[in-house]
Write a protein that binds this ligand. Structure first.
Ligand SMILES: [Zn+2]
Length: 233
């Protein structure tokens, strides 16, 4: 296995992948250069055109046939929604108490002091509601691919692309450092023909991002371009 691991290269930037960034159990590898996340097992098979292992549909996804075409639906509600709900209730319970006292005692300095925390609390309410209600849809029609989030769309933007302008779909791990440690999220990006990269979707788990990549490439009929393969053949 070790010999094989040394041969894994990033499908995006062709950098060799360090052994520590390869997870043999999950089949996932991460590029230390550009943060691309991918299933490396396709590179292990000795044949020139290895079969790419199928990513099964994770739970929060479903397919729908709509008026506009075929739609892949991503439901935002997951286990983390309940954690957020708990935190939101705790935070805003405290804020209610703080402002109850401030108003009752007419302590305006106290009220002014809490204003930023109050704003965070309102943001938390919005975020929690979005977690429970939002759905992101990717709709494939013959002349357009659209990505939309409904019903709460404060931090998301509707996107539309022509199928032929999408050259490649790839996944990327994004690491954000917070007070409580490291938070990992997974982006699904589209590389457009002009060389521009567009962020399509942000997800919690790598297999969710890889599933979208797989389904988009299949539906749009994009060959999963392997930069390394292109260079050596
Ligand atoms: Zn890379």
């Amino acid at each position: 296995m070790l010999l094989i691991v040394m041969d894994v290269v990033c499908p995006r930037c062709a950098a060799p992948i360090e052994a520590e960034n390869v997870n043999l159990e999950s089949g996932l590898a991460k590029c230390g250069e550009c943060n691309a996340v991918f299933d490396f097992r396709q590179q292990l098979a000795g044949t020139p055109t290895p079969e790419r292992p199928e990513v099964e549909m994770p739970k929060p996804f479903s397919w729908q046939e709509t008026f506009d075409g075929l739609t892949l639906v991503y439901d935002w509600r997951s286990a983390s929604a309940y954690g957020l709900l708990f935190f939101c209730l705790l935070w805003n319970g405290f804020m209610a108490m703080w402002y109850g006292i401030a108003i009752h005692e007419q302590e305006w300095t106290m009220a002014a002091f809490g204003i930023i925390h109050l704003a965070v609390g309102l943001g938390l309410i919005y975020g929690t509601l979005a977690k429970f209600r939002n759905r992101t849809t990717i709709t494939f029609s013959p002349d357009k691919v659209t990505v939309q989030t409904r019903p709460m769309r404060l931090f998301t933007k509707d996107q539309a692309y022509e199928p032929r302008e999408i050259q490649q779909i790839f996944c990327e791990e994004k690491i954000t450092r917070t007070k409580n440690g490291v938070n990992r999220s997974y982006l699904v990006n589209a590389q457009l023909c002009g060389g521009e990269t567009k962020k399509l979707l942000k997800l919690e788990k790598p297999e969710q991002a890889l599933y979208i990549e797989q389904e988009m490439e299949r539906t749009l009929n994009i060959r999963d371009v392997r930069v390394a393969g292109e260079m050596t053949h």
